[in-house]
Write a protein that binds this ligand. Structure first.
Ligand SMILES: *[C@@H]1O[C@H](CO)[C@@H](O)[C@H](O)[C@H]1NC(C)=O
Ligand SMILES: *[C@@H]1O[C@H](CO)[C@@H](O)[C@H](O)[C@H]1NC(C)=O
Ligand SMILES: *[C@@H]1O[C@H](CO)[C@@H](O)[C@H](O)[C@H]1NC(C)=O
Ligand SMILES: *[C@@H]1O[C@H](CO)[C@@H](O)[C@H](O)[C@H]1NC(C)=O
Ligand SMILES: *[C@@H]1O[C@H](CO)[C@@H](O)[C@H](O)[C@H]1NC(C)=O
Length: 356
C-alpha cells in the first residue's frame, strides 16, 4: 500500500472513532457513512468480471478474472493485494495467477466465480459454467463436487463446524423470475451435492440467489434473493436459514426474512456477503458502489462508499490482522476493467479468523 493510502485509511479510522466518541449512545437508526480507498490496480490485471474475493491465512486477498497472463474472461484466479507489498506484485507473472482454469476436457468453457480458501491451503472455486466446484491444490484442480442440476454455482460459503461442507448459491437471470425456480441453494457434503427443497424457497418467495455466507457461530446461513418482473428488479432481500450445527445440514424449513432493501434500494442487486467475528453482515450493493454493514439483527449500521467502483461484486476481510475489508468490481470509468478498494475496519473477518 502507498503511504497516501495508509494515511487516508488512518484518517477514516480516526474520523469514525471520533464520531462514535462524540455522539456516545447514538440512536440505533443512525447509519454511519465511511469512505473506502481505491487500490489503483493496474488496468491490465483484472477484467470487469472480477469477483470471488477470497482470503488466505496470511491475509492476502484474491479474485477471479485475472487477465494479465493472457487468460480469457473468468478463467484465472490471482491475488489483487498481498499483506506484504500490497498491489506491488500483481502483474508479476511468476507469482500470478495462482490458478488458470483449463478449457480442455470440460463441456463448457470454465467461468470461475466464488472462491474460498480451506485451512489446509486448498482453494475451492465455483465454476458457474459447468455446475461444479473445483478444489485447487498447488495450481492443480480436481472436482470437489458437481451436479448437472445445479444452477451455475455462483458463490459459496463454508460451514463453520463441519470440514468439507459448503453451501452454494446460483441464479438464472430471466426477465421475470419465479420463486424457487430461478434461484437455488445447494449443500455439498464432500462430493455429495444436495439441493435445498425448491418448494420451501418458493414458499419464502426466494428468487435469484447470489450472496451467501455463514454466521461466525455456524448456526445461520444468509442467502440473498433478487426478484425480476418484466425486466425490472423489484425486490432485494436477505434470508436467514438455520443450520443443524452438529451435522452442518440445513434444517428443512421456510427461511426467515433477515433484511429487505426497500424504496429505490429494492432495485439494486445484492452481490457478495461476508460476516465478521461479531456476526455483522457486510453486503455489496451492486450498482450503487457501496457496502452496507448490517448488525446480527439485520439493522443497517454503516454505509461504506467505494470510490472508483460502480458495482462491487464481492468482498472479503484480509490484511495482517484480518480487519481490512476489501471489495472488488468493475471500474466505474471502464466496466471492462477490474477495480478493488479497501476500508480499514475494526473487527476481524470470520473467514480470516477460521484460517488462523
Ligand atoms: C492461462 O491460459 C491461457 C489459455 O487458456 C494461456 O494463454 C496462458 O498462457 C495461461 N497463463 C498461465 C500463466 O498459465
Ligand atoms: C459458458 O458456456 C457456454 C456454452 O458452452 C459458452 O457459450 C460461453 O461462452 C461460456 N461462458 C464463458 C464466460 O466462457
Ligand atoms: C432459465 O430459465 C428459462 C426460463 O424459465 C429456461 O427456459 C431455461 O431453461 C433456464 N435455464 C436453466 C439453466 O435452468
Ligand atoms: C419497468 O421499469 C420501467 C422504467 O422504470 C417502467 O416504465 C415500467 O413500467 C416497469 N415495468 C414494470 C412491469 O414494472
Ligand atoms: C476500456 O478498457 C478497454 C481495455 O483496456 C479498452 O479497450 C477500451 O477502449 C476502454 N474503453 C473506454 C471507453 O475507455
Amino acid at each position: 500500500m502507498s503511504i497516501l493510502e495508509a494515511f487516508v485509511g488512518l484518517l477514516i479510522a480516526a474520523s469514525i472513532s471520533l464520531a462514535t466518541a462524540q455522539q456516545g449512545n447514538y440512536p440505533s437508526d443512525t447509519v454511519q457513512t465511511a469512505e473506502g480507498v481505491d487500490l489503483q490496480l493496474p488496468p491490465t490485471a483484472f477484467g470487469g468480471g472480477i469477483e470471488g474475493a477470497a482470503v488466505n491465512a496470511r491475509g492476502d486477498v484474491f479474485a477471479v478474472d485475472y487477465r494479465a497472463a493472457g487468460a480469457g474472461p473468468g478463467k484465472a484466479f490471482g491475488f489483487f493485494s498481498e499483506t506484504e507489498g500490497g498491489t506491488k506484485s500483481v502483474l508479476d507473472l511468476a507469482a500470478n495467477p495462482i490458478f488458470n482454469a483449463s478449457t480442455e476436457g470440460v463441456a463448457n468453457p470454465p467461468l470461475i466465480s466464488g472462491a474460498r480458501f480451506l485451512k489446509d491451503g486448498r482453494i475451492l472455486i465455483a465454476d458457474a459454467n459447468n455446475s461444479r466446484v473445483l478444489s485447487v491444490k498447488d495450481a492443480r484442480p480436481s472436482t470437489f463436487c458437481a451436479n448437472g442440476a445445479m444452477l451455475q454455482p455462483n458463490d459459496l460459503a463454508l460451514s463453520v463446524n463441519i470440514p468439507e461442507m459448503i453451501y452454494l448459491s446460483g441464479q438464472n437471470y430471466t426477465a421475470t423470475t419465479v420463486a424457487g425456480q430461478h434461484g437455488a441453494l445447494w449443500t455439498c457434503a464432500g462430493s455429495t451435492a444436495i439441493q435445498f427443497p425448491p418448494a420451501l424457497l418458493a414458499q419464502a418467495d426466494v428468487h435469484r440467489t447470489n450472496g451467501i455466507e455463514t454466521s461466525p457461530c455456524g448456526k445461520y446461513l444468509y442467502l440473498s434473493s433478487a426478484t425480476n418482473v418484466a425486466g425490472n428488479v423489484t425486490a432485494n432481500r436477505i434470508y436467514r436459514f438455520t443450520i443443524d450445527t452438529p451435522t452442518g445440514n440445513l434444517v428443512g424449513q421456510i427461511p426467515s426474512l433477515f433484511h429487505e432493501f426497500t424504496g429505490a434500494d429494492a432495485a439494486i442487486d445484492i452481490d457478495g456477503m461476508r460476516t465478521d467475528v461479531n456476526g455483522n453482515l457486510y453486503v455489496t450493493r451492486n450498482g450503487q458502489g457501496k457496502i452496507v454493514k448490517l448488525s446480527p439483527a439485520g439493522q443497517p449500521l454503516m454505509t461504506i462508499n467505494l470510490p472508483g467502483m460502480g458495482g462491487p461484486s464481492n468482498l472479503e476481510f484480509g490484511g495482517a490482522e484480518g480487519k481490512t475489508l476489501f471489495a472488488v468490481g468493475p471500474c466505474k470509468a471502464n466496466a471492462t476493467i477490474g477495480c478493488a478498494a479497501k476500508f480499514e475496519g475494526e473487527t476481524v473477518g470470520k473467514a480470516f479468523s477460521l484460517l488462523q
